[in-house]
Design a protein around this ligand. Structure first.
Ligand code: PMP
Length: 341
C-alpha cells in the first residue's frame, strides 16, 4: 500500500536493513529497522500517532485541542506532525541541551517550544514535571481542552510498538528472528516489540543496550534500578527509574554500552554502509554486536535505527564537539570531504 490519505498513514512499515560489516564479522544476520525513514525521521512517530489516535477514540482530544508533552525532541516531532494533520496544536517542553536541529525541526513541525535547563528527574523543575504542570495550567483556559501525552506512563506508547513495530519485524523476517535488542528512553519500543515477539516465539532472546548513567542494565540484571556511573552523548535514551512501561519487561541480555564503544560503529556505518544515524542507534548497534557474539554464529538479530544523523550534525558529526567530550574523531570526519574546484 503506498497511496495514503495523510502523512499519518506514512508512519511505520520501515524496512529492515542488514548491517553488513558486523553481520559478516559475527556470522549472524544483524538487521537494523530503519526508523529514521518515518516522516518525522524517528521511531517516536509511532508513539506520537498512537497516543493521539487512541486519545481521539476515548474522547480525550477534541477538534482544535492542545497537546502538551515533555520530550527529548523526537516524540514532540511525531506528535506535532500528526497533530498538524489532524487539526491539533502542540506545546513541547524540552531540555535546552538537546540538539539545535531537533529544536528547529520541532518549530518547523508547528510545535511551540518551552526550553528548560536540564535537571534530574528528582528535581521538581525537571522537564517532565514542568510539562505536566504546564498541561494542568493551560487546561484551565484552553477552550478545546488539553491532552498531556505523558509518554513515560501512557501505555498507548507501548501499544504502538506491540501493534506495529513488533508485527512488522515478525512479518519481514518471516518469523526467523532469534533476538531483539534496543535501548530504553521510555521503554515503549523495547516493551512493545518484546511482548509481541515473545508471544510468537517463546524462546526469543531479548536484550537491552543501556547507555552509561542509566538504570536499565541494573534493572534487568538484578531487578533493582540503580543508575550506573558516567554519562552518554546519546539523546532520547537513558531511563533511571521503573515506570509502568518497563515494569513487566524481561530482557535476559542486558549490556552496559559506553559511548567510546558505540560511536566508532556509528562512524563505520556512515563511512562504509551509507547509514546516517543518531547516538541511540549507535548504542543499539553496539548492543546487537555484543548479543551476536554471545549467541554465536547463525542467529538473526534485529535492532532499531532510531533516528536520522542529520539531527546531530552540530554534535556527533562535529569534530570540535567530539573532542570537547574526549570522544574519538573518525579520520574521514576530521579530513572533511571537500575538494577544491
Ligand atoms: N532513540 C531516540 C533518538 C529517541 O528519541 C528515543 C525516545 N526518546 C529512543 C531512542 C527510545 O525510544 P523509547 O522511548 O521507545 O524507549
Amino acid at each position: 500500500m503506498s497511496l495514503y490519505t495523510s502523512v499519518v498513514d506514512a508512519i511505520g512499515n520501515t524496512p529492515l536493513i542488514r548491517l553488513n560489516r558486523i553481520s559478516d564479522e559475527t556470522g549472524c544476520d544483524i538487521y537494523g529497522k530503519a526508523e529514521f525513514m518515518n516522516p518525522g525521521q524517528s521511531v517516536k512517530d509511532r508513539a506520537g500517532r498512537h497516543m493521539i489516535l487512541e486519545a481521539e477514540k476515548r474522547g480525550d482530544l477534541k477538534p482544535g485541542g492542545l497537546i502538551v508533552e515533555g520530550t527529548a525532541g523526537n516524540t514532540g516531532i511525531g506528535l506535532a506532525l500528526v497533530a498538524s494533520a489532524r487539526g491539533y496544536r502542540t506545546v513541547i517542553v524540552i531540555p535546552d541541551t538537546q540538539s539545535q536541529e531537533k529544536k528547529d525541526m520541532l518549530r518547523l513541525a508547528g510545535a511551540q517550544l518551552v526550553e528548560v535547563p536540564v535537571r534530574p528527574y528528582s528535581d521538581p523543575n525537571n522537564y517532565q514535571h514542568v510539562a505536566r504542570r504546564l498541561a494542568e495550567r493551560l487546561a484551565e483556559s484552553e477552550p478545546n481542552g488539553v491532552l498531556f501525552a505523558d509518554q513515560w506512563n501512557n501505555l498507548d506508547n507501548l501499544r504502538a510498538h506491540y501493534e506495529t513495530t513488533g508485527p512488522e519485524i515478525w512479518r519481514d523476517t518471516a518469523g526467523k528472528v532469534d533476538a531483539f535488542i534496543c535501548a530504553v528512553g521510555t521503554g515503549g519500543t523495547l516493551a512493545g516489540v518484546s511482548r509481541y515477539l515473545r508471544e510468537q516465539k517463546t524462546d526469543i532472546a531479548i536484550g537491552c543496550a543501556d547507555p552509561l548513567g542509566a538504570a536499565m542494565y541494573s534493572l534487568f540484571s538484578t531487578g533493582e534500578a540503580v543508575a550506573s556511573e558516567g554519562g552518554s552523548v546519546a539523546e532520547g535514551i537513558g531511563l533511571g527509574r521503573v515506570t509502568p512501561i518497563v515494569a513487566d519487561v524481561r530482557a535476559e541480555h542486558p549490556y552496559m554500552i559506553p559511548d567510546a564503544e558505540a560511536l566508532p560503529l556509528l562512524f563505520d556505518l556512515a563511512e562504509h554502509e551509507g547509514l546516517l544515524l543518531g547516538g541511540s542507534s549507535a548504542i543499539n548497534v553496539a548492543g546487537a554486536l555484543r548479543l551476536a557474539r554471545d549467541l554465536g554464529r547463525g542467529h538473526t538479530i534485529v535492532t532499531i535505527l532510531c533516528d536520522h544523523g542529520s539531527r546531530y550534525q552540530s554534535k556527533l558529526y562535529n569534530p570540535d564537539f567530539l573532542r570537547s567530550k574526549a570522544l574519538p574523531v573518525p579520520a574521514w570526519l576530521e579530513r572533511g570531504t571537500r575538494i577544491e574546484a
